[in-house]
Design a protein around this ligand. Structure first.
Ligand SMILES: [Zn+2]
Ligand SMILES: [Zn+2]
Length: 369
């Protein structure tokens, strides 16, 4: 057995992403579907899976770096080892890392999904815009979506009224085709999903007109959603089985709802904290005051201490956003600024002139921040 890093062709300090991508490359090269009957390729494919199972797990990787293969050789029952893993185990464990590479047809798709029946319906993605108030309290929403559902005319079968789907002549209803190849090792049986019926086991000779034999049609559906408090832009929730239905008996896809936060006219959100700017008059800054401050939970009183400087930030504990799925509550932070009046009354003008004479006209400088 070779060095795991060499098996995957990565350096000893490769990061998780490099290891994953290297494994994907090696696994694609030696995949048994691409190398039918080639036992050397199969062995390399297994070795790559073993290397990946160790190097993709931080704890196992650390053990391997320290002890080498010995780290996994004597763990009773082969718990840490990989030697007795057969191909199906490998697909079960690592099939999903190929999800977005187009390799899933190979790995997840033809091996597991399709062969076990008709194709699953596709996922449906929607985005919902929420105000900060809705996010703060959590909200129930009813949304209308357009999705593929079973065709009413043929009840999803895809066959025209009065006709029935027929057993697929190519695979005789099995949904898969077995090809027997001869090699120096003997017979190799290669199983593929049937191309004529795409794994359904049935074909339609007289297709339903409204759905052209697909078994599904676009419909508008209403979905009720309970959106929890504290979601952020980019968060999503999944409603299993609420996506597009597939024709001919496949499982429906999922509905994935993404959230998007609307800009608020007053508040700025940063995680669970809320920020607000506030302007007070100069005498209030000198003597201190109590002001009423809007928060997402309603108005609250805030004590402004005497002598506060412009730009100082006061904290209203627990008046921010609730953390999603946790009890923690954020704060509201209020930045106090001192207002310079643009227009003043006659009385105020006299008072300010007196004040101006009273105060020294000293100017201070400090570093710009
Ligand atoms: Zn139909
Ligand atoms: Zn078939």
């Amino acid at each position: 057995m070779g060095d795991f890093y060499e098996t995957l062709g990565v350096s000893k300090n490769a990061d998780a992403r490099e290891i994953k991508s290297a494994y994907r490359k090696v696994a694609m090269k030696y995949h048994p579907d691409k190398n039918p009957g080639d036992t050397v390729a199969e062995e390399k494919f297994k070795e790559a899976a073993e290397a990946y199972s160790v190097l993709s797990d931080n704890q196992k990787r650390a053990q391997y770096d320290q002890f080498g293969h010995a780290a996994f050789n004597n763990q009773g029952g082969g718990g840490g080892g990989f030697h007795h893993m057969d191909l199906n185990d490998i697909f079960d464990h690592f099939g999903d890392i190929f999800g977005s590479s187009g390799f899933s047809d190979f790995f997840g798709g033809s091996r597991r999904g399709r062969r076990s029946g008709p194709a699953r319906g596709s996922d449906l993605k929607i985005t919902i815009s929420l105000t900060l108030e809705e996010i703060f309290s959590g909200v129930d929403k009813t949304v209308k979506i357009k999705r593929f559902e079973h065709c009413a005319s043929c009840d999803g079968s895809g066959a025209a009224a009065g006709s029935q789907p027929m057993v697929c002549p190519a695979c005789e209803g099995a949904g898969e085709v077995r090809q027997v190849q001869r090699s120096f090792l003997g017979q190799i049986v290669n199983v593929q999903p049937c191309h004529q019926c795409h794994g359904n086991g049935q074909v339609i000779s007289n297709p339903c007109r409204p759905c052209s034999g697909k078994g599904v049609e676009k419909k508008t559906a209403t979905v009720a959603l309970e959106i929890p408090a504290g979601v952020s832009s980019g968060n999503y929730m999944t409603r299993p089985g609420e996506g597009n239905h597939s024709g001919k008996g496949g499982a429906p896809g999922d509905l994935i709802i993404y959230f998007e936060e609307k800009d608020h006219p007053l508040f700025t959100r940063d995680g669970i904290d809320i920020y607000l700017n506030c302007w007070i008059q100069y005498p209030h800054a000198v003597f201190g005051t109590s002001i009423e401050v809007p928060t997402l939970a309603g108005k609250v009183n805030l004590k402004v201490p005497a002598g506060i400087r412009s730009g100082q930030v006061l904290r209203l504990r627990g008046k921010g956003m609730q953390e999603l799925n946790r009890g923690r509550q954020g704060d509201q932070l209020v930045r106090i600024n001192i207002e310079t009046p643009q227009k003043v009354s006659k009385k105020a003008k006299v008072l300010m002139e007196n004040l101006s004479e009273e105060l020294t006209d000293k100017v201070n400088f400090e570093k710009f921040r």
